[in-house]
Design a protein around this ligand. Sequence first.
Ligand code: BDR
Ligand code: CA
Length: 315
Amino acid sequence: PIPVIIDCDTGVDDALALLFAVRHPGIDLRAVTCVAGNTDVDGVVRNTLTVLEQAGAPGVPVARGAERPLIETARSAPVHGHDGMGDLGLPAPTRRPVDVDAVTLLRREILASPRPVTLVPTAPLTNIALLLRTHPEVTRNIERIVFMGGAVATGNATPVAEFNVWHDPEAAAVLLTAGVPITMYGLDVFMRVVVPGSDVSRLRASADPGTRLGGELLAHRGPGSAEDPAGGLGDAGALCAVVDPAGLTTEPLPVEVSLAPGLTRGQTVVDRRPRLGKSEIHGDSGRPLPVDVALDIDEERYVKLWLSAVEGPAR
Ligand code: BDR
Ligand code: CA
């Protein structure tokens, strides 16, 4: 199996990603680190521990990370319901996070892994930026960073900025200049992977608590209705891309984050111009490193992949 570490802000769709990672036999989930985003970091830690317990993986180490973005002040309003997890009335976790912070756990687990780790941030990139700046030696044992964030076209937090990048643009800029192989699983593909309502209804009726939770989370996520509770996989698609990269069409393209205050702050500017001769490129701010940007996706393939892992072989 692929050694994977998830850095998340659980978060309804982060929870769908955790469920998949715990249950897919091709993933060895070595640790989960938490960062403020969908809700405050203590809420994220609680939600993450609960989801891992419900999924049947109570032993995965979980660490608390950054409370606020690198530069901006903490944002207080939870994104997905009051608890950041859709207010589904989930039980409180029975254990606590490990007693080291997220950056320390990330460093430890990355360097201890016998095979290079795939890091999957599905949240603002604050912990990852702190890790890369404080312990740059970790890059020697990172296979790739597959992050959910950014957009080639339309944003969600603002007309042009995607939430995870918008929440901490400076952190995203650190990631994009780190010099490790990166896949950007942005909004353009993220929005397209939707589990049909009939599948969601079947999950909700399951006897397995983890599978049932998956159904409740999907029904909450939408865009379905009470009659047709279809739900988007969201962050979980980035995990699907780790085990089945062939379901994603990517292109290596220069990507930069707009750090300017105002209208474009947090926008991922993806340079899709046909490669011009150097003398014909005007106004470039240097030579940004290419990132494998997801441009197209086989959405049905990822829906099937997620369902088969989360429902298990008995289905
Ligand atoms: C991202 O923002 C969060 O609300 C989701 O969990 C996802 O990671 C989408 O913009
Ligand atoms: Ca998230």
